[in-house]
Design a protein around this ligand. Structure first.
Ligand SMILES: [Zn+2]
Length: 559
């Protein structure tokens, strides 16, 4: 009887917890599994290379190795994947588990040792293959919300070719999930395109919401392209998921075909080339393939995705999108060429600076110099540069304020902004920095690298000026002096600098370095068993901003 039970239990475990095709097991005992984000979602500067597994909006689910192998990497960071485990499997694949709440004890000890050895919260460890072998189903830690995560979930990837090629393991049938729901095309934009000069010009013609209901005829210029906003749906989740394939037909000819997938990490940044810039809301995939695009080999497009009409006859433009389970949706438009549509108007480019994507460009006026490196832009473009306010030291503005380009445009490389600092008085030398001003007037630190006669910041398009910071950071401990710490030992100190922002900090307990991280405006401090004496400990935290102003707090805690 006992034996029969064991056999049944094993069979049950095999069916429910482990045995799936390709030999991968489930990472968590949450069934049926559901997802808040899937592979290939377009995100402004990259694509989503894994699946976000839902964890019922809470942390603490046991995470299991989906296959045997060994832990090949452990990483801890306040951003990105936060606490993450990487497992190398003997078949050459690797699985990655991100945003974890905590690591299994032996992994946690190894990490803590490394953090104290390096005196750094952020660590990456590559253990030897015999250090942490794992069997399929072994617990490696608990699910959480660490790093750049907007709520508790498991980000899990499967990679091939070393660690460079994240695969769409949902499409492979690795896990038996159900998806019979088709995607929805929610918006289609039409854009006139003119490239008779060195700098192409784009003009939005029309943005059509709920395109399947659209009846009329769209007037287009002789050259145009479209941008598509589509999301996929799936049983068991309200998540808006990624569409896998986009196809566009002019009458019966396919003019564009892109299937997301098998994009190596080294090319992931080019996803910005696929996104229509300057549109609000969710990103739209555009058919125009700009020239500085390392993903061209993945896209089957006629004439770089620019659709050309050579007559005034009525034509049909059809868009078909599909998810990775073969569910699809389509919409069609009647289109007609209208040669009266004017794409390029020289008046629009007055005062604009033309940037050719393949060479470096320098724009310099009145003590401000912007340098855009070659290959920063996806395509050549007119960049709007204007002085929006004059220097006024009595208001704290030590340079003119410059608006440089469109902040929403993603650059493949950072540009440099340099300001002369002659209007900064000698008494304030060393306290000046370049501030970035957001649309709502909020200021943030952009950089203050000293260069001859001024300062420089490596940054992106935006609005910049020189300011001065003489105010030290403000520190507010979240525990009272002499207070007893909670069981976990964790406590924090608010650290705020509204001018040049916190640049570095140092936390000590009883004079010795202690593990801590600066996250969300707070320095979180993590005492461990070695500190737990039940007695009073001296805490000393010092913080310095980017202009060298510092402050410190000292108090006692009982732990
Ligand atoms: Zn994710």
């Amino acid at each position: 009887m006992k034996r029969l039970f064991s056999v049944l239990a094993l069979l049950f475990a095999t069916l429910v917890s482990w045995g799936q095709s390709n030999g991968y097991g489930w990472p968590m005992d949450i069934h049926p599994a559901s997802f808040s984000s899937t592979y290939g979602e377009l995100r402004r500067n990259h694509f989503h290379a894994g699946l976000d597994w839902r964890t019922n909006a809470r942390s603490g689910y046991e995470l299991h190795a989906i296959k045997g192998g060994y832990v090949c990497r452990l990483s801890v960071s306040p951003v990105g994947y936060g606490n993450a485990v990487y497992i190398q499997h003997p078949d050459g694949t690797m699985s990655v588990y991100g945003h974890m709440a905590s690591f299994r004890d032996d992994l946690a000890r190894r990490i803590r040792q490394e953090q104290y050895d390096k005196q750094s919260y952020r660590v990456v460890i590559y253990p030897d293959p015999d250090e942490f072998p794992v069997s399929k189903g072994d617990v490696i830690g608990l699910s959480g919300n660490s790093g750049s995560s907007g709520g508790p979930h498991l980000h899990m990837e499967i990679r091939k070719d070393g660690d460079n090629l994240p695969v769409n393991y949902l499409a492979d049938g690795t896990y038996p999930v159900k998806d019979t729901k088709p995607p929805v095309i929610s918006r289609v934009g039409f854009y006139a395109f003119e490239d008779s000069m060195a700098v192409p010009v784009v003009r939005r013609l029309q943005m059509i919401s709920q395109p399947e209901k659209f009846k009329g005829t769209v007037s287009v210029s002789d050259k145009f392209y479209v941008a598509i906003d589509a999301v996929d749906y799936m049983e068991g989740t309200t998540g808006r998921l990624a569409v896998e394939r986009y196809r566009v037909y002019l009458d019966s000819d396919k003019v564009y075909d892109f299937k997301v997938g098998d994009v190596p990490y080294s090319d992931g940044r080019y996803f910005a080339c696929l996104v229509q810039q300057g549109e609000k809301g969710r990103d739209l995939l555009k058919t125009w393939c700009p020239p500085n695009n390392g993903l061209l080999y993945k896209i089957d497009a006629v004439n770089d995705g620019i659709i050309t009409l050579e007559d005034d006859d009525a034509h049909t433009l059809k868009i078909v999108v599909a998810d990775c389970f073969g569910n699809s949706a389509s919409c069609s438009f009647n289109i007609k060429r209208d040669l009266r549509i004017k794409v390029f108007d020289p008046a629009d480019t007055v005062g604009q600076f033309s940037v050719l994507w393949y060479v470096p460009s320098v724009y310099s006026r009145d003590g401000m110099t912007m340098t855009i490196p070659a290959m920063a832009l996806n395509a050549s473009a007119f960049v709007d540069c204007k002085k929006v306010a004059r220097a006024n030291p009595s208001l704290g503005r030590y340079s003119d304020t410059w608006s440089l380009g469109d902040e929403s445009i993603h650059l493949q490389r950072r540009l440099k902004v340099r300001f002369a600092t002659d209007s900064v008085p000698a008494a304030l030398a060393g306290k000046a920095y370049i501030a970035q001003m957001a649309e709502d007037g909020t200021l943030s630190y952009a950089g203050n690298t000293p260069v001859e006669g001024g300062l420089e910041a490596e940054t992106r398009f935006g609005t910049y000026l020189v300011m001065v910071d003489t105010i030290a950071p403000r520190l507010t401990p979240r525990v009272g002096d002499g207070e007893k710490l909670p069981e976990s030992g964790r406590f924090s100190i608010e650290a705020y600098d509204g001018e040049s922002e916190v640049a570095e900090y140092d936390a000590r307990m009883d004079g010795k370095w202690i593990l801590s991280q600066y996250v969300g405006g707070r320095i979180q401090i993590y005492p461990d068993e070695s500190h737990r004496t039940g007695r009073s400990h001296n805490v000393y935290v010092s913080v310095t901003d980017h202009c060298g102003n510092s402050s410190a707090v000292e108090f006692e805690v009982i732990y």
